[in-house]
Design a protein around this ligand. Structure first.
Ligand code: ZN
Length: 364
């Protein structure tokens, strides 16, 4: 018996630090998980716990020696012997292999934020309560992530109008409310109202089709959201959201573009010419038009969120304001202020369209 206890002690991972994490589907209350091991700065979370926190289930299959996750796309499988997630006969690379630690199969934060978000079709909030910063190795953005993401390509149009169609994604919907203000006003409602108004402006004034990912109060998978943006004639994609924060004085509009489209413009040593990505140009046009309408803009930031997809389709995610700011909340709820924002967004898009047309014509 004593030997057995010694053996167990030896099997315990001595180099691991115990940690805790919060996990939540975006818009839901976070679930705190305390059976977490941290190794070289990377948190390892038991797969069953992580699934439970995002409303999925799964089980260990001792015959195939793999863990099977039930998803709406079929069974997804991971194994401690493999650095891939297998689903419907396809293999998707993982940043870190799942590991057995202390008797449970565990996955990392990267798995939760990327693959699990993809499997649930929702973005996931993840917070490490004991980040082991000193020990954390530099975790570069790998090509692996790109392989597990939707690719949105910019189409080349030689003739005709530069913006043939616009896709708009009003964030959240249905049970996924997004941010809820103290007054009960929900982000999903604001996003939809602004999306519909902007769609109307674009259709009326530019005479182009506009595709909304949703036109009512219902939930969408990430795939469904991307469907509108993937349409053949879509030349521009706008995602609408709103924010909230614990510091009540923060306010204003924030613009996000894909991380790689932001960094592409940092001039490298020895390289004189740099070209701005279309997403950045579009974000700048939007920002300027908003500021001209006396709407505060906090800035243009890069986002590595999967919700933006990957690729080079001109894309900007607009955080319309802070529902945690009393005055801004009142404004965002008012039709007049919404119209003002929509008018500015239309102006920005219109200028972008004119600019890109000039660019093409100067090349001719
Ligand atoms: Zn949102």
């Amino acid at each position: 018996m004593r030997f057995f206890i010694v053996l167990i002690c030896l099997l315990l991972p001595l180099d691991s630090a115990i940690a805790a994490v919060d996990i939540a589907l975006r818009g839901k209350d976070p679930v705190r998980l305390e059976d977490v091991y941290q190794q070289q700065g990377i948190p390892y979370i038991a797969i069953e716990d992580a699934l439970g926190a995002v409303g999925l289930t799964g089980h260990w299959n001792s015959i195939s020696h793999s863990f099977r996750i039930r998803t709406k796309h079929g069974w997804a499988e991971i194994s401690p012997a493999s650095q891939f997630l297998k689903i419907a006969g396809e293999y998707y690379p993982l940043k870190e292999k799942p590991r057995f630690i202390d008797g449970r199969l565990r996955v990392t934060d990267s798995f939760i934020l990327n693959q699990l978000a993809q499997l649930t079709g929702r973005s996931i909030y993840f917070r490490n309560l004991d980040p082991d910063i000193d020990n954390a190795p530099a975790r570069e953005i790998s090509n692996l992530e790109k392989l597990f993401a939707f690719f949105l390509n910019k189409k080349t149009t030689k003739n005709g109008p530069l913006i043939r169609a616009v896709a708009i994604d009003p964030g959240h919907g249905g049970l996924d409310t997004g941010v809820i203000a103290a007054t009960g006003f929900k982000e999903k409602q604001l996003n939809l109202e602004v999306a519909k108004k902007l769609a109307k402006q674009l259709k009326m004034k530019l005479g182009i089709p506009v595709y909304l990912s949703r036109d009512g109060d219902y939930e969408l998978t990430m795939e469904q959201r991307l469907q509108a943006a993937s349409k053949e004639d879509v030349d521009l994609w706008i995602l609408l959201h709103a924010q909230a924060t614990f510091s009540p004085q923060q306010k204003g509009v924030t613009l996000f573009i894909r991380a790689d489209e932001m960094t592409r413009n940092v001039p490298a040593e020895g390289v004189e010419e740099t070209t701005e990505s279309d997403s950045l140009i579009l974000a700048k046009k939007l920002s300027l038009a908003l500021q001209e309408s006396a709407i505060e803009v906090r800035g243009i930031y890069s986002s590595s969120r999967l919700s933006l997809g990957r690729g080079n389709l001109p894309t900007v995610q607009i955080e319309l304001g802070f529902l945690s700011h009393q005055e801004e909340l009142q404004q965002l709820q008012s039709s007049d202020y919404q119209d003002k924002i929509v008018q500015a967004l239309f102006t920005g898009i219109h200028r972008y369209a004119k600019l890109s047309k000039e660019k093409i014509e100067s090349v001719k």
